[in-house]
Design a protein around this ligand. Structure first.
Ligand SMILES: [Zn+2]
Length: 243
């Protein structure tokens, strides 16, 4: 019996804890949660990114002309940003930018990834955020990614909705970025240059990085008066109903 306990404890110790972050376009996750993800990697977590669309229609670089080139450019930029953070792997789902639809195939693909990777925490846009106060934040692809990720977390804790060889998996918390109702702020004041360096990977998006930097620091970092720069999340505990 004692041997069996040791075996189980060692098995659990050997299992890497994981996190999964789901964005709609290359760069979404690097606006939303790169410092949070890097901090968890430093604590021993393995991080995986999912990028739902190719992001080919968000490119601002005139030189990047053909659709194929725009797709590959944005993919390489996302891989570079993920490398700086220490993300283990980026899964590109390959949907067309600006045309994302809620579909069973999208929910299924996300559910299978959750059942395979078995993350403790899942990051994405906030599905409760439907205020339509900002054209960029409430981009159709962002809204659909948020809802599909939320639904995939539900389906993943169920054996029958979308069966998978590894069985069901329940995440313990969901972290929603791009939220209007944050309940957790990560102080990134000391990490702001790291975050800017990650975002600088997106050369096709920010050809004039100095201009972008000024705008970013003035608009997308001051979520709370407590910290000069922060990342903001609505954190939701996933509760197992026990009856
Ligand atoms: Zn986006």
């Amino acid at each position: 019996m004692l041997y069996r306990c040791h075996y189980i404890i060692n098995f659990i110790k050997r299992m890497k804890k994981t996190i999964l972050a789901v964005g709609a376009h290359p760069d979404d996750l690097d606006f939303g949660c790169p410092v949070m993800v890097r901090n968890l990697i430093k604590k021993g977590y393995e991080a995986y990114y999912v990028v739902v669309t190719n992001g080919e229609n968000g490119s601002k670089e005139n030189k990047v002309r053909t659709r194929g080139t725009r797709i590959s450019t944005r993919k390489l930029e996302q891989i570079e940003a993920a490398r700086k953070i220490g993300v283990k792997k980026v899964f590109f789902l390959g949907y067309k930018d600006g045309f994302l639809q809620y579909s069973e195939s999208l929910r299924k693909r996300l559910t299978i990834l959750i059942k395979e990777i078995r993350p403790e925490f899942v990051f994405s846009f906030d599905p409760a955020n439907q205020d339509f106060t900002n054209l960029n934040l409430f981009h159709r692809d962002h809204r659909i990614t948020a809802i599909a990720t939320f639904d995939a977390c539900f389906a993943a804790k169920n054996d029958f909705i979308i069966p998978y060889k590894k069985g069901k998996h329940m995440v313990s918390k969901m972290y929603f970025f791009g939220t209007n109702k944050p309940n957790y702020f990560l102080n990134i004041t000391k990490d702001i240059n790291f975050k800017l360096d990650v975002l600088a990977s997106y050369k096709s998006q920010f050809p004039n990085f100095d201009n972008f930097k000024k705008w970013f620091l003035g608009n997308l970092t001051g979520w709370t008066k407590k910290y000069k720069y922060s990342e903001a999340f609505r954190v939701m505990d996933v509760i197992q109903i026990g009856f």
